[in-house]
Design a protein around this ligand. Structure first.
Ligand code: NAD
Ligand code: AKB
Length: 313
């Protein structure tokens, strides 16, 4: 069996740090190369190789892939929903060109597998709000959502036309404490923990009854690895799989935090991100992921809150 050598692009980000560490446990530290535009995250230091790399520089990326004998790429570099609305051109360029660079190299170098995440942001105001299905009306209103939806079809195209084994999940908002989030609409569900512990109060940028699909990072890492390890014949979705963990509103997560920190107070001051959140579904139907590769989450709101606070303290 050929030993896999993995390149993680965007390894210093919110998902990248935890995914790199998890992959290093499975494949061995030396076989998982972390890369990013930024300095490597302190949590990665001393755990394995790191290269400074810009995914927009296709030539340098190609050289790294050949030089390091890379067989799998996890592409995590992107601009998320809230930051994307501030600079739509930059978001479109990075989110699309970065993906196309990786897909081309994967085709040319016959990489074994590629992982690229999509998002619930592909859905728009005309998609069903409750238990939003895999296939439905999809009319995203953010540049981030448009780039993710286009990206899904590029993945499908490279699979159909050139047989590239590229796998993808439509992550919900991800909640974690190890590495800071990178500018999303769901980031309030992380900020609330920091503010509750430090100041016992939090001003939320979404309204109290804004329900959104969310997931705790350990579940996201588990889902990613399970999807990548599933036999190719089990994979029926070559765009991106719906995947679900939990759904809650700012009021519900505040109640959950108050259970541990009784004098915590939340107030609400919605900003431009409310419009983005309003356009997304409140919950997701992920029955195809459950059927194809036995997806099952471990954390609900109560378990996630307890684990976040225990670790952050
Ligand atoms: P992040 O912003 O925390 O991390 C992205 C990383 O990419 C950063 O470390 C950044 O320095 C790096 N990067 C940016 N431009 C680069 C470039 N040109 N070359 C190399 N690296 C570059 O993002 P994240 O939250 O870890 O998200 C990772 C992926 O998961 C993205 O595709 C995102 O759309 C997707 N996703 C995230 C969430 C979430 O809640 N975090 C939800 C859905 C989908
Ligand atoms: C964001 O809010 O932009 C991300 C996402 C759901 O893709 N967390």
């Amino acid at each position: 069996m050929v030993k896999d050598k993995i390149l993680v692009i965007g390894a210093s980000g919110q998902i990248g740090v935890e995914l790199t560490l998890a992959l290093r446990k499975i494949y061995g530290n030396a076989n998982v190369i972390a890369s990013d535009l930024r300095e490597q995250n302190p949590l990665l230091e001393g755990t394995g190789p790191y290269v400074s790399l810009d995914v927009m520089n296709k030539e340098m990326l190609h050289v790294q892939v050949i030089r390091q004998n890379v067989t799998q790429i996890y592409l995590l570099a992107a601009i998320l929903s809230a930051t994307g609305e501030k600079n739509p051109n930059l978001a479109w360029n990075l989110n699309m060109q970065g993906l196309l660079n990786v897909l081309d190299i994967a085709r040319e170098e016959k990489l074994h597998k590629v992982y690229w995440p999509s998002s619930i942001a592909v859905f728009g105001p005309t998609s069903p709000k409750i238990n939003c299905p895999q296939q439905t009306i999809i009319e995203p209103i953010t540049v981030y959502g448009i780039s993710k939806y286009a990206g899904e079809f590029w993945c499908n195209y490279y699979h159909q036309r050139w047989g590239v084994d590229i796998r993808s999940l439509r992550y919900p908002g991800l909640i974690s404490y190890k590495s800071a989030p990178g500018g999303g609409t769901t980031d309030y569900a992380i900020e609330i923990f920091y503010e509750a512990l430090e100041n016992k109060k939090y001003e939320c940028f979404l309204k109290e009854d804004t329900y959104l699909p969310m997931m705790y990072m350990p579940d996201a890492i588990k889902a990613t690895i399970e999807l990548m390890e599933a036999p190719a014949q089990n994979i029926s979705i070559h765009t991106s799989y719906n995947i679900s963990g939990m759904s809650f509103s700012p009021k519900e997560i505040a109640d959950s935090v108050q259970h541990h920190i009784p004098d915590f107070k939340i107030s609400y001051k919605p900003d431009y991100r409310q419009n983005i959140a309003n356009s997304w579904p409140q919950s997701i139907d992920d029955s195809i992921a459950r059927k194809d590769w036995n997806w099952q989450q471990d954390y609900d709101l109560k378990a996630m809150t307890a684990d976040m606070l225990a670790n952050m303290k």
